[in-house]
Design a protein around this ligand. Structure first.
Ligand code: GMT
Length: 377
């Protein structure tokens, strides 16, 4: 198949899923064309089947906001014609699904070409941004206009049906992980450098947006560290980082924590971690937690959104209510207890295997086939 993929190329989980999917599809022999405004972060490899088309747009003094949605639609049209795409897969509904709709109509009229498109809902496009009345009518319309719709968890599917007037069936296809990259490798020298006195190593990775509640990570860590000597690594960057650096000072925990910023090889840090903290207020799936679990790291998280579909309470880690700092700290201490830790680590790995890329990518391939078989809408 010749597949076009539209996504956000930045550090967000939806862009990671889209890029990893494109990589896997290319390895499976499909021709994959990424259409984005800059090179996706993880698109840093060569595969003869994978191509990248940059959406460029001219600014003009009249525009306060350059019309990206139109530039994207035009680029989809151009790529679909010149590369003879069979199908288009857009990740994150806003504004990708409406650009895809526009492109499909233009292609039909201009070239008599039918380009079906699939929209994958990733989370905040439904739970935060999409619900806002600024976007809701367009999001509803373009979900319904898609030839196929997927959501990354059962919870996200339910929330979509709850908040939008959706007439289409929504297929749940969860996030996945590539074990060739994330399988644990020994890095004891690295662990020793961070935890010279055999402290427990705790990790949090996110894009430091409010919804991630990074302040809870710091409060929980302080409570853990009072009982069990520990170190904390914070990976990623985003709007909340300066506030978090100040909070760390106020809590007097700077000696034991480190803000690492954006790291491309996040697995190298995960390989040496004992626990992953995810106190998110909303999380449709929690790809970062899955990547940790693949590295044999148990997870202490909230029960927000789709997280409990991934993190099984008492098995792969523990789950608490959003904002329950003491509860999270107690759970973390339970998981980190010498008697329990190895079992939690083994369970995390075992459960992560259910989301192995080789099990999930075929679900997308089958869905593409189905949508193509069903023909025009
Ligand atoms: O919030 C993020 O981490 C970014 C966001 C995105 O859309 O790029 O991630 C969402 O999609 C990921 C991949 O499907 C999911 O694993 C995340 O849970 C989801 N984030 C939220 O729902 C907040």
């Amino acid at each position: 198949m010749k597949i076009g993929i539209v996504c956000y190329p930045t550090y967000g989980g939806s862009g990671v899923v889209a890029t990893e999917l494109g990589k896997a599809l290319g390895e499976n022999g499909h021709q994959v064309h990424f259409i984005t405004y800059s090179q996706p972060t993880r698109l840093d490899f060569f595969n003869p089947n994978v191509f990248y088309h940059e959406v460029t747009f001219e600014n003009y003094p009249l525009f306060k906001y350059p019309p990206y949605e139109m530039a994207l639609a035009s680029k989809i049209v151009d790529t679909a014609i010149h590369e003879d795409l069979d199908i288009l897969h857009v990740h994150y509904a806003i504004p990708h699904a409406s650009s895809a709709f526009m492109a499909r109509n233009i292609l039909q009229e201009r070239a008599g070409k039918h380009l079906p498109f699939i929209t994958t809902l990733h989370g905040t496009d439904i739970t935060l941004v999409g619900r806002d009345k600024t976007y809701e009518p367009v999001v509803s319309f373009s979900i319904n206009a898609s030839n196929g719709v997927t959501a990354v968890s059962q919870n996200l599917k339910e929330r979509t049906l709850q908040h939008f007037q959706v007439k289409r069936e929504i297929r749940v296809i969860p996030n996945f992980v590539d074990f060739r990259r994330f399988s644990k490798r020994p890095k004891e020298h690295f662990k020793k450098a961070i935890c010279p006195n055999n402290e427990r190593l705790i990790i949090h990775t996110s894009n430091f947006r409010k919804v991630k509640r990074v302040e809870d990570v710091l409060h929980v860590f302080k409570l853990i560290n009072e009982k069990t000597p520990a170190k904390l690594l914070l990976v990623g960057d985003g709007p909340e980082r300066p506030r978090m650096e100040n909070l760390a000072r106020e809590l007097g925990i700077t000696e034991d924590i480190r803000f690492l910023g954006k790291i491309d090889e996040v697995e190298e840090v995960l390989w040496v971690a004992d626990l992953f903290l995810m106190p998110s207020e909303q999380e449709s799936f929690g790809l970062a937690a899955l990547e940790a679990m693949a590295c044999e790291v148990p997870v202490v998280s909230t029960n927000a959104g789709g997280i409990p579909e991934l993190n099984v309470h008492g098995v792969t880690g523990c789950v608490t209510e959003v904002g329950d700092i003491e509860g999270m700290a107690n759970h973390a201490l339970l998981v980190l207890d010498e008697k329990n830790l190895d079992k939690f680590k083994a369970n995390a790995l075992e459960h992560a295997k259910k989301f192995d890329r080789s099990k999930i990518v075929p679900m997308y391939e089958e869905f593409y086939e189905e949508v193509l078989r069903n023909g025009k809408v």
